[in-house]
Design a binder for this molecule. Structure first.
Ligand code: DGL
Length: 273
């Protein structure tokens, strides 16, 4: 029987998945988390399906070695390319970020025009459009790859004229089409949400799949009777972070996103898994 108090495994190509981990911490403070960021092999957004799937399989094996009770693929690109294969290969409950984002966008749209921004991999895979159309045929979905957003976020330029300028170039097309809902289809984008929101205008609803994923994860764990009911104690070490490179850089960035104090991030050799 699965241990309810076991951690949830969360992984991403690097730092971006921390926006998902942060939501899980907010919405389910009792849960333990083992986070893996593939900082040695980031970015995934411009790699092939085969490569992203191979990397994701290794990470799932690592998380299984940590005895997790469920896995969250907290990376849009890995969710787009690898989730279906991963789900068919393991018995653990698993969740990606794409379906929760797609469902929330359908609920939000009034005029039936949804925009999606993400990496080249996510947009090129057409996965958001596929899920949205499966759920509601009449909705129009327009995707736009925004490859410069990830480096801008990682450089810390969350509020910066350079980010504003680039965002305008990427987003004008979506404004012209008249979308009323925009999915932030990359883990890094919630961090530049205010820039994107300002450019898109108040009438456009921004959907943050990180938030939606945590919400759905809670429902899924509840249904499977896997929610952790332990009482939280001061100094309780609930969050463990692992990376494949650059632990210090990860720690610095992580501490700017998550206010729960990341004590350490440990480097592991992911190629061994
Ligand atoms: N985590 C990736 C995603 O959500 C963005 C960074 C990358 O390209 O690896 O698609």
């Amino acid at each position: 029987m699965t241990d309810r108090n076991a951690p949830i495994g969360v992984f991403d190509s690097g730092l971006g998945g921390l926006t998902v981990a942060r939501e899980i911490m907010r919405q389910m403070p009792e849960e333990r988390i083992v986070y893996f960021g593939d900082t040695a092999r980031v970015p995934y957004g411009n790699k092939s399906r085969e490569t992203v799937t191979r990397f994701s399989r290794q990470i799932v094996r690592f998380l299984q070695s940590q005895k997790v009770k469920a896995i969250v693929v907290a990376c849009n690109t890995a969710s787009a390319y690898a989730l279906e294969d991963l789900e068919s290969e393991t018995d653990l409950p698993m969740m990606g970020v794409v379906i929760p984002g797609a469902v929330a966008a359908i609920e939000a749209t009034q005029n039936g025009k949804i925009g999606v921004i993400g990496t080249q991999g996510t947009i090129g895979s057409g996965i958001y459009a596929r899920y949205i159309k499966e759920l509601k045929k009449t909705v129009e979905v327009v995707g736009k790859a925004c490859p410069l957003f990830v480096p801008l976020v990682e450089e810390g330029l969350w509020e910066d004229p350079v980010t504003d300028e680039i965002a305008k170039r990427y987003l004008t097309e979506l404004i012209d089409i008249g979308i009323d809902t925009l999915i932030l289809g990359c883990t890094h984008y919630p961090l530049i949400r205010s820039t994107v929101g300002r450019i898109m205008g108040e009438e456009v609803t921004l959907v943050n799949p990180a938030y939606e994923t945590a919400r759905e994860l809670k429902q899924m764990l509840e249904k499977k009777d896997l929610l952790n009911h332990e009482v939280r104690r001061l100094g309780d070490d609930r969050y463990h972070f692992f990376v494949s490179d650059e632990a210090e850089k990860f720690r610095g960035f992580a501490n700017s996103i998550i206010k729960y104090g990341i004590l350490s991030a440990k480097i592991i050799n992911i190629e061994e898994y």
